[in-house]
Design a protein around this ligand. Structure first.
Ligand SMILES: Nc1nc2c(ncn2[C@@H]2O[C@H](COP(=O)(O)OP(=O)(O)OP(=O)(O)O)[C@@H](O)[C@H]2O)c(=O)[nH]1
Length: 805
């Protein structure tokens, strides 16, 4: 920083009048300066040069002589020590005066490289000068006006008097100024520095942060970082991985046209674009779940696949002979193979036909079948539909057809009870065509086999047909891999612990295998086949009963043989927690109330409906009207229609197919009602077809009016009657349960019969109108319209609440 050195200061330091300095400057520069004018370096040089030359000595001897004379004056007793100087060219007085200014002239010279050295601060004794300056350049006479520009500054240090205080003061000033500009100066002026920093404590922190960012940026440039980015990542997490601030990332995102906050989730593509902006190398983070680690879910190669036995389920109307048929098939097999062995029921069994095998699920009826399907297990390949030849197609037969169709399994019709005199297989086949099941002999693709479970006739034909259909389906599996399958049924045995019947669907299950079945885990301790025989391994389509699981699994659970028991236990723990959460959140079933939302989210492509009515005509009418409601977004699909009360089976089908149930002049039976409530199946009951069509149409447009439900508030018993003119009858009541509110609606119940419904017109305690009266208190109640209240009447207070599911 430049130090201002003004004319008057220079004059003062040179000990000459201001005018002399001004004149000197004017002489060499031609400019007239004022006494306050600050001089630049060149001007100062000129002035000092001029004054130095003006006061120069002819030789040193003269100077020393003069000095000695002086000393002689001061110390006359030592005259012999003095050195006689030669006569100076100029008078000695101006020369002496020039000494001081010459030294002073050094001060501003600090800004030039030839400035004074610090040691000059120390007083210079007059005597040693001759030693320290033996080669002093010869003084230049200033006899003419032409002044020579000096090559370097000549410093005259001959002074006997140096103003050290002034020097120190200037040095101090310089030092403090340096502190301001360069904080590496640590030692000097501590108090000054600390006060300076005290005033700006935040600056230092900001600097650190800025430095850190600079360093990271440098590091990033020097060595690009590699970031792992998963499918989705929050902005904050991405910033952390990029070693950047969230603000930086948000800024880059804005640049990409994405406006996100620190907690927002961005996808892999966006995140990688941002990462690239930060010069980072992007790698996709692959999240390996425990399932992926321990369960081999790879596709089988065709070369590894071998044919497997078909898995068959028997369905049909009650008493049409399902159990008899299953028994007939089983015994035909037992007698053929296991010489009269007594077989135990394990839920499934295999029969042999030559070198071929067929696996039957020994759980007649579609209940178990649909339950499994509802749990996501696709177990069966073929459904045998049992229809009694003398009875024909009955409601449950129709249900079974719909269930089988919904599960996309092949249907083989077994026309049973052919031994009966009233057997009419032709009629059965005719009926089947009504349900799109055209018999093969009529050119369709539904095999119809006449059998008699009682007489055990046609069983072989049925089995052969099953194998034929299976062959057409080309059912294959790979026995050389870890087993995978489905739990058919399970129970807890007091002695043996949890026992599960499992159907191996792919791979081979061995004793000792670690198993995960739904939310249970364990090792296969013992394994028996359907005949109760101990086995060590079971291949595809083989049903087995195993022990060794830590808990009872549920029918329909999928099981896997896994590679690591510790991870298997961890997986089961995760599943248990997930299940808890799922139960808590409850699966979003389609209802008319959430239909529009689901349609909007694109979750709904088909609205499945089950129609139940009192007469077949209504079912058809409704089916046609509903299917006409299909639009571009949603296809309305009536998957089942039937006559009669809404049954447990309807609810089951609705659960499995995510359908809603529509009933006309019918009611759900108690079990169905309970199940529908439990499973969240929407059951809508109507008396008029138009209402149904209208409501479903509104639901599809998202304009369904909210539903109302009654919320009971409390009950009051009428103990006195007061007839008041102009007001009417007031019931003196005692609140027995809950509370009565002024805005409530009231139902008057006399001897268990609802007399009327009305609104409260007045509610009083003593003479005051009140908003509500709590249990145990007396009050007076006046009703809006009903005036015929009697002693002993019960007033039920309730309110209607609008709600959406
Ligand atoms: N005449 C004759 N009767 C049969 C035949 N098959 C079954 N039945 C009889 O029909 C009745 C019902 O047979 P089930 O096998 O119990 O019928 P289901 O379909 O299993 O019946 P549910 O288990 O109640 O659904 C029994 O009395 C059988 O004896 C058959 O082929 N001919």
């Amino acid at each position: 920083m430049m130090i201002k050195y003004r004319v008057h200061e220079v004059a003062k330091d040179l000990n000459v009048p201001n005018k002399e300095v001004i004149d000197t400057l004017q002489k060499y520069t031609g400019e007239v300066k004022k006494h306050m004018t600050a001089l630049d370096e060149n001007e100062l040089d000129l002035v000092f040069e001029a004054f130095t030359q003006k006061n120069s000595l002819e030789n040193l001897d003269a100077y020393f002589a003069e000095g000695n004379q002086k000393e002689t004056v001061v110390e006359p007793e030592k005259p012999d020590v003095s050195i006689q100087p030669e006569k100076p060219a100029a008078s000695s007085q101006p020369a002496k005066e020039a000494q001081k200014p010459a030294r002073k002239a050094v001060k501003p010279g600090k800004i030039t490289p030839v400035g004074p050295k610090p040691q000059q601060k120390t007083p210079v004794p007059s005597k040693p000068v001759q030693n320290t300056q033996p080669k002093k350049p010869q003084p230049v006479h200033n006899t003419d006006n032409s002044i020579r520009r000096p090559m370097g500054r000549i410093v005259d240090t001959r002074a006997s008097h140096v103003e050290l205080d002034k020097y120190n003061e200037k040095y101090d000033r310089l030092a403090s100024e340096k502190i301001n500009t360069n904080n590496t100066v640590q030692k000097q002026k501590l108090t000054q520095r600390s006060s300076q920093y005290r005033n700006k404590p935040r600056n230092s922190r900001k600097e650190t942060e800025a430095e850190r960012l600079r360093r990271i940026a440098m590091e990033r440039k020097a060595k690009p970082i590699t970031v792992q980015i998963p499918e989705e990542i929050t902005v904050g997490e991405l910033a952390m991985r990029l070693k950047a601030t969230a603000a930086e990332v948000i800024k880059k995102l804005m640049g990409l046209g994405v406006f996100a906050t620190v907690n927002d989730v961005i996808d892999f593509d966006t995140a990688s674009l941002v990462a690239m902006e930060f010069h980072a190398k992007v790698e996709k983070e692959v999240v390996v779940t425990i399932e992926e680690q321990i369960i081999d879910d790879s596709e089988d190669e065709d070369d590894n696949l071998v044919p497997r036995a078909p898995v068959v389920v028997v369905m049909g109307h009650v008493d049409h002979g399902k159990t008899s048929l299953l028994d007939a098939i089983r015994h035909a097999n037992v007698t053929a193979t296991e010489a009269g062995g007594i077989t135990q029921h394990i839920g499934a069994y295999q029969v042999k036909l030559g070198d071929r095998e067929v696996t039957f699920l020994d759980t007649p009826g579609h209940a178990a079948f649909t339950t499994m399907r509802a749990r996501g297990a696709q177990v069966t390949d073929i459904a045998v539909l049992v229809v009694a030849a003398d009875d024909g197609i009955m409601p449950q037969t129709v249900e079974a057809i719909h269930h089988a169709k919904a599960a996309s399994v092949s249907i083989i019709v077994a026309i049973n009870k052919m031994d009966k005199p009233g057997a009419n297989p032709q009629h059965v086949m005719e009926q089947l065509t009504e349900y799109d099941l055209v018999p093969e002999e009529w050119g369709g693709d539904t095999p119809c086999i006449p059998v008699s479970a009682l007489k055990k006739t046609g069983i072989k034909d049925l089995l052969e047909m099953i194998i034929l259909v299976a062959d057409m389906k080309e059912l294959k599996a790979n026995p050389d891999r870890a087993a995978k399958g489905t739990v058919i049924e399970a129970r807890l045995d007091k002695g043996r612990g949890p026992i599960a019947t499992m159907l191996v669907q792919n791979g081979t299950l061995h004793t000792g295998d670690i198993l995960v079945a739904g939310t249970t885990v364990g090792r296969v301790r013992a394994m028996t086949d359907a005949n109760g025989k101990k086995i060590d391994s079971a291949g595809p389509s083989v049903p087995v009963e195993i022990t060794g699981l830590d808990d009872v699994p549920t029918g329909g659970d999928i099981f896997n043989a896994v590679s690591d028991e510790r991870l298997a236990r961890e997986l089961v723990e995760q599943r248990r927690n997930a299940l808890k959460e799922e139960r808590f959140n409850a699966r979003t079933k389609v209802t008319l109330d959430n239909l529009f939302d689901q349609m909007k989210q694109g979750d709904m492509k088909e609205l499945q409906i089950i129609v139940k009515a009192d007469v077949q005509g209504s079912v058809e009418a409704v089916r046609q009207s509903l299917e006409k409601l299909s639009n571009d977004e949603v296809r309305v699909n009536v998957i089942h229609g039937g006559v009669g009360a809404i049954s447990e089976s309807d609810v089951m089908l609705a659960t499995a197919s995510n359908a809603i149930i529509v009933g006309f002049n019918v009611r759900p039976d108690p079990v169905a009602e309970e199940n529908a409530k439990r499973d969240g199946v929407d059951v809508r009951l109507y008396r008029i077809i138009y209402d149904c069509i209208d409501e479903i149409e509104s639901a599809m447009k998202g304009m369904l009016a909210p539903k109302y439900r009654e919320v009971a508030l409390g009950k009051a018993e009428c103990r006195e009657i007061y007839k008041i003119s102009n007001v009417g009858t007031i019931a003196g009541c005692h609140v027995t349960t809950g509370k009565i509110t002024r805005t409530a609606e009231v139902r008057v119940v006399r001897d268990g019969i609802v007399i009327t419904e009305d609104k409260i017109a007045s509610l009083r305690r003593f003479k005051d109108d009140v908003k509500e009266v709590a249990e145990g208190y007396d009050c007076g109640i006046g009703l809006e319209k009903f005036n015929d209240i009697k002693q002993g009447d019960i007033l039920e207070a309730f309110m209607m609440e609008a709600y959406r599911e």
